[in-house]
Design a protein around this ligand. Structure first.
Ligand code: LLP
Length: 414
């Protein structure tokens, strides 16, 4: 079901009118639909039901505690990339035994924290990291579960900044070198080989790169098994795209069938690390039109959200649909939608046709993933508040940041 809909023209998320929400809590305001989050998770569960699997939500997509808690209660595991994300998952009630730890730069402190928590595995991305993990685990008297992130060198056909599985990318170890690395891992103290991992990129709109990568990884798993290295899980990463504009994202049911065919008769558990596809279309960003600034070349609508609230347009020229919360019965004009930050790159959308006046609210759609989690305080702008809608219920899941919170921890030099 579409949780975003209009009643008498007024935009609603579930049973809540977004204009009243914006008036009550102020803008910029992130708003999420509980039903959309749960449905997205259940779509994954259903698509992969025939394979023993664990969905490890990629925390970086949206690391707000209430959202992590919601997925934890649905049984999700988590893909983390920092000690901060580990702390968040634990604070949100996530099961440490379902956490995979990815990332090219894990520090010794982060390794110690993850070992103390008892995570499912470290997705190791280099030889140096493997040696460090062995040393740290020995120091604390633990055995670290190891899975290598292999780089299958397939082109995910997405934006270059978010493609990660090509050999020129910094991520993972080359797939051809993996057997030697597994042998090395088997020979080092305090390590236990548990799995294999790959993640080729984000916002993928084609299935073929994903199934190609799966085939390459499965072939490697069989080579390792022939050498007596039997793995418990195969992690195929995240990356499934969503519709921002007119993309046609891969059908999860088809992906599920493709993988079910490949996993038939296998013993390993399938792990997936979806981020965007679980949260992206479950959230939006509400903003108020502060000024309309007509020009000779173009018109600007200056809104109270900016690149610090939603960085994707500035960073990737990403497209987010922008709609009026309560459309006016007037002819539309063409606007560039820009924020108050002092950067030419501070835009949220170009050439959008809208019938709006100053004081109106706009909704930036598909903002649930990599929106709030990438927000910053640039221009000393406090970060937005977040609301979770559950039918008629309104939950404030994060207060608007205060100016004093923003300056907490800073000191003058006397
Ligand atoms: N696993 C690993 C190891 C990853 O690096 C990522 C995302 C994911 C899983 C989740 O991928 P997803 O299912 O969300 O595609 N900030 C960018 C996206 C960066 C993605 C980084 N890695 C954006 O706003 O589009």
């Amino acid at each position: 079901m579409n949780t975003l809909h209009r009643i008498d023209g007024r935009l609603h998320l579930e049973d809540v009118a977004l204009d009243t929400l914006a008036e009550r809590f102020g803008t910029p305001l992130y708003v999420y639909s509980r039903q959309a989050l749960e449905t997205a998770y259940q779509d994954y569960s259903r698509a992969f039901a025939s394979i023993p699997h664990l969905i490890c939500y990629a925390v970086k997509a949206n690391s707000s505690l209430a959202i992590l808690n919601l997925f934890a209660r649905l049984g999700a595991g988590f893909d983390i990339v920092s000690g901060g994300e580990l702390a968040r998952v634990l604070a949100a009630g996530g099961d440490p035994g379902k956490i995979v730890f990815s990332g090219v730069g894990k520090t010794a402190d982060e390794m110690r924290a993850a070992l103390a928590a008892g995570i499912l595995c470290f997705n190791v991305e280099s030889v140096s990291e493997l040696h460090r993990l062995s040393r740290v685990a020995s120091d604390v008297g633990k055995v670290a579960p190891v899975s290598f992130r292999v780089n299958p060198d397939v082109d995910p056909k997405t934006h270059p900044y978010i493609s990660t599985g090509l050999k020129e990318n910094k991520f993972g170890v080359p797939i051809a070198e993996a057997p030697a690395l597994y042998r090395l891992a088997a020979s080092l103290p305090n390590l236990e080989i548990t799995g294999i991992d790959c993640h080729i990129g984000s916002q993928l709109t084609e299935l073929l790169p994903l199934t190609d990568a799966a085939d390459r990884v499965l072939a490697l798993v069989d080579t390792l098994a022939a050498e007596g290295m039997v793995l418990r899980h195969i992690d195929l990463g995240g990356g499934i795209g969503i519709r921002y504009r007119d993309e046609i994202p891969p059908d999860l049911a088809v992906y599920g069938r493709e993988l079910a065919r490949r996993f038939a008769g296998r013993r390993e558990t399938l792990l997936l690390e979806p981020g965007r596809s679980l949260v992206g279309n479950a959230g939006l960003l509400l903003t108020r039109v502060e000024y309309l600034k007509p020009g000779t070349d173009k018109n600007f609508a200056i809104v109270d959200a900016a690149m610090n609230d939603l960085m994707r347009p500035a960073l990737y020229e990403a497209y987010h649909d922008i709609v009026a919360v309560t459309p006016r019965n007037a002819p539309a004009r063409r606007y560039d939608i820009v924020g108050p930050v002092c950067e030419t790159g501070d835009f949220l959308g170009f050439a959008r046709d809208l019938a709006i006046e100053e004081g109106d609210f706009l909704a930036l759609l598909s903002a649930g993933a990599y929106g709030m989690s990438m927000a910053s305080n640039y221009n000393s702008r406090p970060r937005a508040a977040e609301i979770l809608i559950d039918k008629k219920e309104i939950h404030i899941i994060r207060d608007r940041e205060t100016q004093s919170a923003m300056m907490a921890g800073e000191r003058l030099v006397c």
